[in-house]
Ligand binder design. Structure first.
Ligand code: TAP
Length: 487
């Protein structure tokens, strides 16, 4: 998926099952977060490429093989793509590590998850049923599920391969033509998987990938007059723009905008389960996870013991290059590192105690974008560290007196994506789970993002709509009602 031109080695866009470079000749440099150096360039798609991708999708639906393909055959193609991703997993994981800085094991797990998305939706493609509806005498009424049409998927840099699977697999499964705008910082695995889709037989136009900056390619795609739906994952600020772009044309959109997800940790919790899950929930992917568990609400009567156990584990964490394969890699770009450091500097100015700090391996390259994981607390619930999404390996602890205060603090956030409840009191856990305002609640477990089968998404400023599971197929399709008079 790359070509050599006068301006160097460039990763092109994927349109109509071919790799093309932008007519403008514009490119964007891509840095390796582990050493801060530019290692390749991507083409930057402009209006010509966005028009071409959307038109190819429209033609694939209206005139091409894709729009006529039976659901079970779509499923077979998805299954073949899943197998191709698995067969190329080593290469894809290496690309993902280079592009994002992820430790090798985490990148490899992400590729496995991407393949699993296609496997899951391959099996589901021909199992979306309509229903019949009793109506007036002399009428037969049935509903059927239809694709929206040409769907724009704007995805972020934190999990490029997983985001590709999470968005593209259900969207293709229901029969949409899909146009993906990956993030400029990390899109190489996405382009490679699009190439694999062509190799396994997806017809031209079913899938396009348009690299480029968000303010250019992303804005052109989300504002395009001929798209039928937008699925967006990223920051609340850009999410608002996407919602406005969708509203202008009265089309639907899904927004997944991150969170400030709490753990509620009671004194009776099994710490052998809770501590590793809480630590991993903020350290995985260097904390750059929308569903990271970034605040821990701790029962005050047991504060020292509970927080001591988390601090001990936090102090052992180590950051390093993908090849070192330690607990976390670098963050994605210099701006992201500055953002995390700003929060830490502010915490120090606010006099918040640093309870534990992990380390950065001594032999990482000088220009690497590494951040040592930090645990702060106790933090005032009104402090910016307790309220804003850091998007880095920074965890804060907040004490609570009782169940009522824990519930209040959990819900005292503009976000509502995930929550974890840690207690051996089953009644208490379920009471809280039912009253916390969030899209996913874990009890005695926590996996940022959770399984492929599990509907996922937020409430409040975390966004709306559901991804993953069969819910994603409902979100990415619409219902048509057919009413027939038969006399
Ligand atoms: P965004 O800037 O929202 O980027 C997400 C996607 O939207 C990328 O593909 C981006 O392209 C694209 N985009 C940017 N501006 C656009 C526009 N005007 N129109 C259409 N698409 C546009 O999020 P990010 O880069 O992932 O993170 C930015 C900040 O948001 C981070 O500092 C992070 O803390 C926070 N945040 C991120 C997330 C997730 S899940 N990523 C969740 C919550 C908060 P380019 O990347 O190529 O510009």
């Amino acid at each position: 998926m790359a070509t050599t031109t006068a301006s160097g080695f460039i990763h092109g866009a994927f349109i109509g099952n071919r790799m093309v470079t932008a007519a403008s000749g514009d490119t964007v440099p891509v840095i390796d977060p582990a050493n801060g150096e530019v290692f390749t360039h991507i083409t930057e798609c402009g209006a010509a490429e966005v028009d071409a991708a959307v038109a190819a999708g429209r033609a694939a639906l209206d005139e091409g093989e894709w729009g006529r393909m039976p659901a079970f055959e779509r499923g077979r193609l998805l299954a073949r793509l899943s197998q191709a991703i698995t067969a190329n997993a080593v290469e894809l994981a290496a690309l993902e590590s280079r592009d994002t800085g992820k430790p090798a094991r985490q990148a490899s797990a992400d590729i496995t998850a991407a393949a699993r998305y296609f496997e899951f939706y391959a099996g589901a493609a021909d199992k979306m049923h309509g229903e019949t509806i009793p109506y007036l005498n002399g009428f037969f009424v049935a509903t059927e599920r239809e694709p929206h049409g040409v769907v724009a998927h704007v995805i972020p840099w934190n999990y490029p391969a997983q985001m590709f699977g999470r968005n593209v697999a259900p969207s293709l499964a229901v029969g949409n033509a899909v146009v993906v705008k990956p993030a400029e910082d990390a899109c190489l695995s996405v382009l490679r998987m699009a190439g694999l889709a062509a190799e396994v037989g997806f017809p031209a136009g079913a899938l396009a990938v348009l690299p480029g900056r968000g303010a250019v390619t992303g804005a052109l795609l989300s504002g395009h007059h001929d798209i039928d739906y937008i699925a967006f994952t990223g920051s609340p600020a850009v999410g608002e723009m996407i919602q406005v772009a969708a509203a202008r044309r009265a089309i639907g959109c899904t927004l997944e905008l991150g969170g400030k997800s709490p753990h509620i940790l009671f004194g009776d919790a099994d710490l052998s389960l809770a501590v590793p899950a809480i630590v991993n929930g903020i350290v995985n992917n260097a904390g750059q996870t929308c569903s990271a568990g970034s605040r821990v609400l701790v029962e005050r009567a047991h504060f020292d013991r509970l927080v001591g156990a988390i601090a001990e584990a936090f102090g052992r964490l180590r950051a390093g290059t993908p090849e070192m394969d330690l607990d976390l890699g670098p963050v994605i770009n210099p701006g992201q590192r500055q953002r995390v450091e700003r929060f830490c500097d502010q915490a120090e100015r606010d006099g918040i105690a640093l309870l534990a700090q992990g380390s950065i391996a001594g032999n990482v390259p000088d220009g690497g974008l590494f951040v040592a994981p930090r645990l702060y607390g106790p933090v005032d619930p009104a402090n910016v560290l307790a309220r804003d999404e850091v998007f880095g390996p920074v965890l804060c602890v907040i004490p609570f007196e009782d169940e009522a205060e824990a519930l209040h603090l959990a819900n005292d956030s503009e976000f509502g994506l995930l929550a974890g409840v840690w207690t051996n009191d089953g009644g208490r856990a379920l009471r809280l789970a039912r009253r916390i305002k969030a899209g996913q609640i874990y009890i005695n477990g926590f996996a940022a993002g959770g399984g492929i089968e599990l509907p996922f998404g937020g409430v409040k400023r975390s966004g709306h709509g559901r991804e993953k599971g069969l819910a994603a197929m409902h979100e990415l399709s619409t219902i048509k009602t057919i009413i027939q008079r038969h006399g």
